[in-house]
Design a protein around this ligand. Structure first.
Ligand code: FE2
Length: 167
């Protein structure tokens, strides 16, 4: 099966990602990997999480071309078929591929979160978004309260964006 590093190279070379898109997913992947390892995920869940982090915003270039921006709900709708296409000849089993499609299709959905892979993807994406966009940064306290669950993710959030500093 394709390795994590090969998936990163494929994502950079094969998708119409901007410089910003590439930096974004590399950061989300790094936090997802870090949180997953420190939270003790089993190897398969860790791998599923890392692949999901790499491709989570795969729909953004197409959406920007079509709509001028990338609304979060459309990202969740457009993402999974593109993920399936991306991993088509990569030797990935259907169970893992389905899970990655599910995670990409729910990477902005913080309700009914089942599974550490989903939880950690939400946390990793928020950590990066809060560093990139004011609208996320302003919601740090709300996300800390309502979304963040893992000890590692909460620790990172509190150290990166100390409570009160941006409220
Ligand atoms: Fe993202």
């Amino acid at each position: 099966m394709i390795s994590i590093s090969e998936a990163i190279v494929k994502m950079i070379s094969g998708c119409a990602c901007s410089q910003h898109d590439i930096c974004h997913f590399m950061k989300v992947w790094a936090y997802a990997r870090t949180i997953g390892e420190l939270e003790g995920l089993d190897p398969r869940t860790q791998q599923t999480l890392e692949f999901s982090a790499i491709v989570h915003d795969i729909a953004c270039p197409d959406l920007r071309k079509e709509y001028g921006n990338a609304p979060w709900d459309l990202q969740e709708t457009y993402g999974p078929p593109l993920v399936r296409e991306f991993f088509k000849d990569c030797g990935m089993d259907e169970e893992m591929l389905s899970r990655i499609c599910y995670l990409v299709g729910h990477h902005h959905t913080a309700v009914d979160v089942k599974g550490m892979d989903h939880q950690i993807l939400l946390e990793a994406d928020f950590l990066v978004n809060a560093g990139e966009q004011e609208k996320y940064l302003k919601n740090t306290a709300v996300f800390r309260e309502k979304v963040f669950k893992t000890k590692t993710g909460i620790g990172l959030l509190e150290n990166m964006f100390p409570t009160g500093e941006y409220e």
